[in-house]
Design a protein around this ligand. Structure first.
Ligand code: G16
Length: 548
């Protein structure tokens, strides 16, 4: 076995990427994510693991994305993308953590050999890896460490450069399906823009041209993507990009972007003079995999349209098309949400179609959505997509409509399968999807917003000594550790009209998150802060971060 891994080369290069002695790493909600300054050894080892994963899968291409998405600029992260463009298979997350935590080069070699044995990897197979990164200044050095790991493991390397996370996912699927009946698109960035813009233009052909859309690019890689897709969209949709300073130090995700909008429920200050009453805008996050919409109403109030509202808009549209195409007896549409979904959205959706609740993290939503013929999944934070099962795609491809209305609906569904990035949540694809549905429905932001009225809610972060002391079950809705805390939360919830609250450890930041909703805003705020106070008192939080 070892003869086919160049162990000496791995050892030599590993010595250039020592693991910091005092740190433990965990492959979490979105891979490894922490301060960029402590990620060098992790990137080297992820390179090795990516090569092994590719060999395990017969030399199919594995993706590696270097990003910390919505996190602050000083953070970075890395995650692996499996061969169909989906998140890394869960059973390999443990291998990733084991390699990342091997204390010395000798321990690392031992851990690599253990993975090869336990995963029964045939080392005679080739290893192929494509990687990309976001615009973080720490990216190039981390990519150099990744390159060393890939070289050490003997992988064929393709560098996709600075790309959005969803483009990297797209590339992985396009590379692995090239020349097959499942070909996903040309395996290039241009192929991605062509596919999306072509499908969008077909979908909105004959519809009234929408007013220009303001796009907050979070000063991240989404700015490049918006600039590249704009000319292809031409007159079909005019995009007005803002927060496009990808090289200004400290600008990324700073007072802008999808996470800012969702968490603070506020317009990024930089857009204040640009968004006029009635106008729609949207925010991407740092790697353009999340999307939040908003508009200014006639009373000049900011109104947010989050992932739940996107799910309601899109699921309703697809259900109607399926019905019009006369396919409702063989194509069932379902929705997947997390505990963060606003209670009103769950009620609205559950009255119309099946709804499932799963733990936070795209991988959980994605897998649950795969169980439906058409699975619409969105986290409230704007991360989501729609999956059409292989059986459904076959039906759409072969079904013979009997009326012009059926034919039109069927074509719209076919175009939706092309417009939607089915590998992962994709802010740009989702934005075009929303715009297409709004054009078909002739909805403004106000009409879309009126599908249901959000319950007031509040999200709070608490910095604690050890967030891993917080453990949940029932799709994160029940806290089982620390013992007794859930009962105290339940007591508080009972004292707030229409109250609901839950507590969970973040998988991407060193914090515990608290969510609360209630019938009125002041109650939702009070509930969130009182629950956060309980968490703080229980867990000995950092005094400077005591929730107020
Ligand atoms: C990542 C995950 C999302 C998750 C978010 C927040 O998003 O991909 O599924 O909702 O982190 O996770 P947590 O609350 O565990 O920190 P992104 O956009 O940062 O990659």
């Amino acid at each position: 076995m070892s003869s086919q891994l160049q162990l000496q080369e791995i050892a030599r290069l590993s010595n250039n990427h020592p693991k910091p002695a005092h740190l433990r790493y965990q492959y979490g909600t979105a891979g490894f994510r922490t301060l960029a300054s402590v990620l060098d050894s992790v990137l080297f080892r992820v390179g090795i693991l990516a090569g092994l994963r590719s060999r395990k899968l017969d030399g199919k291409t594995i993706g590696v994305m270097v990003t910390a998405s919505h996190n602050p600029e000083e953070d970075n992260g890395v995650k692996l993308v499996d061969t169909r463009g989906e998140m890394l298979e869960a059973s390999w997350e443990a291998h990733a953590s084991t390699l990342a935590n091997a204390a010395t080069t000798d321990d690392l070699i031992e851990a690599i050999e253990a993975v090869v044995r336990s995963a029964r990897i045939d080392l005679s197979k080739p290893a192929r890896v494509v990687y990309g990164r976001d615009t973080r200044p720490s990216g190039p050095a981390l990519v150099a460490a990744l390159d060393d790991g890939l070289t050490a493991v003997g992988a064929e390397i393709r560098n996709a450069g600075v790309v959005t996370t969803p483009i990297l996912h797209y590339l992985v699927r396009a590379i692995n399906t090239k020349g097959t009946k499942d070909a996903y698109g040309d395996d290039s960035e241009d192929g991605y823009y062509d596919k999306l813009s072509g499908a969008f233009k077909r979908l909105v052909a004959g519809k009234q041209t929408p007013s220009p859309l303001i796009v907050d690019c979070a000063n991240g890689v989404g700015a490049d993507a918006i600039n590249k897709i704009s000319p292809q969209l031409g007159e079909s949709l005019k995009l007005m990009p803002h927060n496009t300073s990808t090289s200004t130090p400290g600008a990324l995700n700073n007072s802008c972007g999808a996470d800012y909008v969702k968490t603070l429920q506020r317009l990024p200050p930089s857009l204040a003079n640009h968004l006029k009453a009635g106008q729609r805008g949207c925010s991407l996050d740092g790697d353009a995999d999340r999307l939040m919409y908003f508009y200014i109403d006639e009373r000049n109030q900011f109104r947010m349209l989050d992932g739940d509202k996107i799910a309601a808009l899109v699921a309703g549209f697809i259900v109607d098309l399926v019905k019009t195409a006369n396919l409702d007896s063989n194509v069932k549409v379902g929705v997947v949400q997390t505990a963060y979904a606003n209670g009103s959205s769950t009620k609205y959706l559950a009255e119309r179609l099946p709804v499932r609740c799963v733990p936070t993290g795209v991988k959980h939503l994605h897998h649950a959505a795969e169980r439906f013929d058409v699975g619409v999944y969105f986290e409230a934070n704007g991360h989501g997509t729609v999956l059409f099962s292989p059986g459904t795609q076959e039906i759409l491809a072969t079904h013979e409509p009997t009326t012009p209305a059926q034919s039109t609906a069927l074509n719209h569904l076919r175009n939706l399968t092309q417009l939607i990035n089915q590998t992962v949540g994709d802010a740009i694809s989702d934005m075009l999807l929303v715009e297409a549905v709004l054009a078909h429905r002739s909805y403004s932001g106000l009409e879309w917003d009126s599908l249901y009225v959000d319950l007031p809610n509040r999200l709070v972060k608490v910095v604690v000594e050890d967030r891993h002391a917080f453990q949940t079950e029932d799709a994160e809705r029940v806290l089982v550790s620390p013992k007794g805390l859930q009962n105290k939360i339940d007591d508080l919830v009972r004292r707030h009209d229409g109250g609901r609250s839950f507590v969970r450890p973040s998988g991407t930041e060193d914090v515990v998150r608290v969510y609360a909703e209630a019938a009125i805003k002041s109650q939702a705020d009070e509930l969130a802060f009182r629950v956060a106070g309980l968490v703080y008192d229980e867990a000995g939080g950092d005094p400077s971060s005591r929730p107020r």
